[in-house]
Write a protein that binds this ligand. Structure first.
Ligand code: CR1
Length: 831
């Protein structure tokens, strides 16, 4: 019956364009059209997943004219293009975001209702493109959103991983990993462009030759060649016609190369070579901070970087631009060191393939690149063993040696007789096995170097990159991270969106400073009541999700205390746990002990080979199981681990938080971005003076932030003096009892082995000062409980946290990059 009704209204509207029309009746017709022509389904047999795909295709049609017009305009206008090179883009589902950015949510809802479908159920069918690990990849996705919304000519370049970040399942409390087959149902958003393809050389050797002009040159004779094929995804700006491109490269065997094997009859060897080529883009490496040093990872990095740079050269040629003008046409940002091989690759392309001399090529290269550092953790700084590097990229090693020779001459000229400095700064590390240091290559080859929060940028200059800062102070700046308020506020929190629209008007998503105007309403009890009602509904929505996925029942009247992020020792999920066990122990010892009931939620993935992190997950689940099953405490305490933390469920989690846990060891979290998402959704933060927490606290004021713990300086001093966790244990009976309880097997059915490694880690070395900050943390949490008891005051603080969050829009961050690093002008698009 629905289909009949639809067909008849479609007939009435036969004049409207099924590909571009924006009202609900035409959308409805377009969905039916795609069901029929693109999916080969009649409505009577269509599943929700079919409807998802049909609607996605209908929406992609509506993006198409904006998308093509945007590319065309950039080409005609010939303005500078920002190229964001990133091995990760953690996009999250597209459909809801595209509906939001196009202003089509209402029309889509009506169209689906008329077809007997529920938009929310359809949205839920979209598998998430999880092409990233955590903050770094999500930041890249937020930046694409802001670039399009601010109408900047920009393109994202990355890798089309066939399998994104693994899906996490919890079995018996332990993390298990399942491959993420996000492409198995097809991807309605991407368009393959097999004609945009480049050769990627690999291995082999280099040789000298004499060119036509009699000059001596070098060339690369590869062992293998693969092809990179472009897959384009539209990135629609909010409320504008700009639709930029995310271009992801997929590896294919270069056919001609295996002809030899085919001709000699070795068909299977040829097919095998093809499979090996295509392995390059198979899977995202699931490591967050530590670098991994695997050959395939280097292959991935070089693969997407050379395809992207070759693409820029093609675009330049098409536009008739001179090669000498390359840096006027492209600003290339290196998202961490993952794409930093681009420095050597651009030199190779300019010299070996375009015939420029060294100095001209070097001037262009440095003017082109900017480098963003995302971490101070030493184990995360990428280096490649020299033999591996030479085997894979022999020509690049020659180029890097030459860059290094000239660079170290410059260092010697500035700092005579300082051979220690020369050794420290060299692109080649000589300690132990020789290594190529990618962060050094990125610094030498970029005119701009930045950290991602004020504290982090200062620490960079003072520690890991201090020698580079001494040489080129003018290259350094800070660009504090930001997040997109479209996905993480408007889309994730429809209740709050409605309240903000009503209170502030509709422009706040593109002018986030306007949130400040909320402050004039904090003394209005009716407004506070509505604020609480929104939060309560969000908590109920999350509670439903948690119950469906874990069976754990949460009460939305309780304080929701949430820590979601990658599991890592420096992020200190175990400090959070020690607090929970402390409360548990107090309740067990003094049943009359009273505090406002709290639900503690955790979520996050551990790198599959990071055993300590996996044990922390097990401990969270073990504590949860014990507490949730104990009637003596479960009226005041609940603990839940939300499996498979992803962008999709993050959109349910941030809006439901009362308290955001940002408790890393000071000096270790470069910025954090989850902290900002919580803040914008009205959570209060308990945190250390780390990363962007510092700036968040500056914005909201000390009285609206729960601060605890040692500062970065104090951490460094304590570690320098020789930190002994045993001292803290000896001085604190409650902490001692907590550690003993965990070690005793109380949370593990009597098994005293399973958590022994964690207990020993904390009591013997405690590299992230969990015990040193424990007492301050527990005391600070008591302050949280006291504040929660006054709901009116808590609501005021919640409103202020949202109201002062404007600085943390990715629009602000991108405007800074555009102005201060890229020299980028916005180009309005008219369809
Ligand atoms: C940092 O740990 C930061 C993001 C984005 C992460 C986090 O603090 O917010 O980058 N670093 O800048 C990272 O993933 C590989 O390094």
């Amino acid at each position: 019956p629905h289909a009949k009704r639809a067909t008849s209204s479609a007939t009435i509207l036969s004049g409207a364009d099924v590909r571009t029309g924006l009202d609900s009746a035409v959308l409805q017709q377009a969905v039916l059209d795609h069901l029929y022509y693109s999916l080969g389904r009649l409505p009577a047999v269509a599943t929700p997943a079919n409807y998802y795909r049909a609607l996605a295709l209908a929406i992609r049609d509506r993006l198409q004219q904006r998308w093509i017009r945007t590319s065309e305009t950039y080409f005609e206008r010939g303005r500078k293009l920002a190229c964001y090179l990133s091995a990760e883009f953690l996009l999250g589902p597209h459909l809801g975001n595209n509906l939001l950015n196009l202003g089509l949510e209402q029309a889509a809802r009506e169209a689906l209702t008329a077809l007997g479908q529920d938009l929310d159920a359809i949205l839920d069918c979209e598998p998430e493109p999880g092409l990233g690990n955590g903050g770094l990849g999500r930041l890249a996705a937020c930046y694409l959103d802001s670039l399009a919304t601010l109408q900047y000519p920009a393109i994202g370049y990355g890798i089309r991983y066939e399998f994104g970040i693994f899906a996490q399942e919890i079995r018996d409390g332990w993390q298990t990993e399942r491959t993420d087959k996000w492409l198995s149902g097809g991807n309605p958003w991407e368009i393959a462009k097999p004609d945009i393809a480049y050769e990627v050389k690999w291995g082999g050797h280099t040789e000298r030759y004499i060119d036509d002009d009699g000059a001596e040159r070098r060339r690369w004779v590869p062992y293998r060649v693969v092809r990179g094929i472009a897959y384009d995804t539209p990135i629609q700006g909010y409320g504008v016609d700009t639709c930029n491109t995310l271009r992801l490269w997929s590896a294919e065997a270069a056919e001609s190369f295996d002809f030899q094997a085919f001709n000699t009859g070795d068909y299977f060897q040829a097919v095998d070579a093809k499979l090996r080529s295509e392995t390059i883009t198979k899977v995202l490496y699931p490591n967050d901070e530590p670098a991994i040093g695997k050959r395939l990872r280097l292959a991935q990095q070089y693969f997407f970087v050379t395809c992207s740079l070759q693409d820029m050269l093609r675009i330049l040629d098409l536009a008739g631009g001179a090669i000498e003008q390359f840096a006027e046409h492209f600003a290339v940002q290196l998202n961490d060191t993952h794409p930093s091989i681009g420095v050597a690759e651009l030199m190779r392309l300019l010299i070996d393939e375009r015939g420029l001399d060294w100095d001209a090529a070097w001037t262009i290269t440095v003017a082109t690149f900017g480098y963003t550092n995302h971490t101070l953790l030493p184990e995360a700084l990428e280096t490649w063993p020299l033999p591996l590097f030479r085997e894979v990229l022999p020509r690049h090693l020659e180029i890097i040696y030459e860059i290094n020779r000239r660079f170290l001459d410059e260092v010697r000229a500035c700092f005579p007789d300082d051979s220690a400095r020369v050794a420290r700064m060299s692109l080649i590390g000589e300690a132990g096995e020789k290594q190529v240091r990618m962060a050094h290559l990125a610094c030498v080859g970029s005119h701009a170097i930045n950290g991602v929060a004020a504290l982090h940028s200062e620490l960079l200059k003072a520690s890991v990159l201090s020698d580079f800062h001494a040489l080129w102070p003018e290259r350094f700046s800070n660009k504090t991270n930001g997040v997109t308020p479209r996905r993480f506020l408007a889309l994730a929190n429809p209740g709050l969106r409605a309240l903000l629209d009503e209170t502030l008007g509709a422009s706040w998503p593109v002018d986030l400073g306007r949130l400040r105007e909320l402050e004039s309403h904090i003394d209005d009890p009716a407004f506070r009541e509505r604020w609480r009602a929104v939060k309560h509904a969000n908590k109920q929505r999350l509670a439903d999700y948690v119950q469906a996925h874990t069976g754990i029942v949460l009460d939305p009247d309780w304080l929701f205390d949430i820590q979601v992020k990658r599991i890592h020792e420096y992020k200190r999920q175990h400090l959070n746990l020690l607090h929970i066990v402390t409360l548990y122990q107090r309740l067990k010892t003094y049943p009359a002990f009273s505090f406002p009931p709290r639900a503690f939620l955790f979520g996050g993935k551990a790198a599959p080979g990071y055993f300590t992190a996996k044990r922390i997950i097990k401990l969270i689940n073990a504590v949860a199981e014990t507490i949730n099953a104990d009637p003596e405490v479960n009226g005041r305490l609940k603990v839940a681990f939300v499996p498979n933390f992803s962008v999709k469920n993050a959109q349910l989690i941030y809006p439901a938080a009362d308290l955001s846990e940002q408790i890393s060891t000071a000096g270790k979290e470069a910025s954090g971005t989850g902290n900002m998402k919580f803040m914008l959704n009205g959570a209060l933060t308990i945190g250390t003076l780390d990363g962007a927490n510092v700036e968040m606290r500056d914005e909201v004021g000390a009285e609206n932030f729960f601060l605890f713990g040692r500062t970065a300086d104090e951490v460094a001093r304590l570690q320098g003096e020789g930190y002994r966790p045993a001292d803290y244990l000896a001085g604190d009976d409650e902490l001692k009892a907590v550690m003993e309880l965990i070690g005793s097997g109380h949370f593990s059915g009597g098994d005293s082995e399973v958590f022994r490694p964690l207990v020993e880690n904390l009591t013997q070395s405690d590299p992230f000062l969990v015990l040193a900050d424990y007492a301050a943390y527990v005391a600070c949490q008591e302050g949280v409980s006291a504040a929660w008891a006054d709901q009116e005051q808590w609501t005021r603080m919640s409103i202020i946290n949202c109201a002062r969050g404007g600085k943390f829009s990715s629009d602000r961050a991108i405007a800074e990059y555009a102005r201060e690093i890229w020299g980028l002008q916005s180009v309005p698009i008219q369809v």
